[in-house]
Design a protein around this ligand. Structure first.
Ligand code: FO1
Length: 314
């Protein structure tokens, strides 16, 4: 397999937007993206891999822009019919999106690996970059919650609306999982290693938990990360609640502390410029720029600056 010099660790929507900028400045055939699969689970017997699909749909120009997940223009006839049959159809799976999950599940049942199926699906969507699931194993992130049963990530986020009741994040399934073929090799061979503006606890943290990944990242300690926290708040999703649950500060500095063992630098937003000296005191380089990826111009600019920073030319 050809070595791809730029390797990126990624979660869902924030990662997909960042990658949409990165593919404008790096030829996609030079990119490997290692993707969190801790959010994956079965719905109605179908294997759903939200972060892999969010990235695929976004880079194919097919994502539903308002939400950042699902396919643009999709309909929900199947889900409506399912709701008449059962009470647990709380995850919005569109009709065309379901085709992806049906195909993935069928191929897995035929004996294909998740890595192979992902390669087939990304090729069918016309993508040339390599998307690697972090592991072939099922490695669900579990959230331990105050006064209720533990839940998986989608139950917490979508079914329950992400309340502030998480007491601990259980990544033991990822910690017991072997990396997917190509993951450690990509981390060893990368010339440039980037960390997307994804949830540091349940997206990047889950990838780091997979066997051998953290050791490889610590050996290098040269990743350049983009903070998903701007002005003390996540742009999207429950990163604030989950950072608190692991005892981390909800700030770009808190994110920098989590990445200190594996990163040489972090890109933070202009509103957080005042945190730069404290982050530099942790031994990390800092670049300050616009990080709120509100349009394609910002996505490209952010990716370009992060890449140049990692190359040492910025
Ligand atoms: N997020 C929601 O907030 N509500 C949904 O009903 C929902 C459905 C969904 C279906 C397919 C898919 O690939 C993603 C979907 N997401 C939905 C997004 C997902 O819950 C999260 O954003 C990711 O797991 C975090 O990266």
């Amino acid at each position: 397999m050809a070595v791809r010099p730029v390797v990126v660790l990624a979660g869902g929507v924030g990662a997909a937007r960042f990658l949409s900028g990165l593919v404008q400045v790096v030829p996609p055939e030079q990119l490997t993206v290692i993707v969190n699969t801790g959010d994956d689970r079965d719905f109605f017997g179908l294997r759903v891999c939200p972060d892999l699909d969010i990235i695929t749909y976004t880079l194919a120009g097919r994502v539903q822009r308002e939400t950042g997940w699902g396919l643009a223009g999709d309909t929900f006839h199947c889900l409506e019919a399912l709701r008449r049959l059962r009470g647990d159809a709380w995850f919005q799976l569109g009709d065309q999106d379901l085709a992806t999950h049906i195909q993935r599940s069928a191929r897995l049942r035929e004996g294909a690996s998740l890595t192979e199926v992902t390669r087939e699906i990304t090729a069918a969507f016309g993508l040339e970059l390599e998307l690697l699931p972090m592991t072939e194993a099922e490695a669900p992130t579990r959230l331990l919650r105050r006064d209720r049963e533990p839940s998986d990530f989608e139950e917490y986020l979508v079914r329950d609306g992400a309340p502030d009741d998480v007491e601990a994040v259980d990544l033991s399934a990822a910690a017991a999982a072997a990396p997917a073929p190509g993951v450690l090799e990509a981390l060893a061979a990368a010339e440039i290693l980037l960390i997307c503006p994804s949830n540091p606890v349940v997206s990047i943290g889950t990838i780091r938990a997979v066997q051998g990944v953290e050791a490889r990242l610590r050996e290098r300690r040269d990743a350049v990360a983009v903070s998903p926290i701007i002005g003390g708040r996540p742009v999207k999703g429950p990163a604030d609640r989950l950072l608190r649950a692991v005892g981390a500060e909800v700030s770009a500095q808190g994110v920098a502390k989590l990445y200190q063992p594996i990163a040489k630098a972090i890109v933070i937003d202009r509103v957080d410029a005042g945190l730069a000296p404290a982050i530099e005191a942790l031994g990390l380089g800092v670049r300050v720029t616009e990080t709120l990826m509100k349009d394609t111009r910002v996505c490209r600019q952010l990716a370009d600056l992060t890449l140049k920073f990692a190359q040492g030319s910025e």
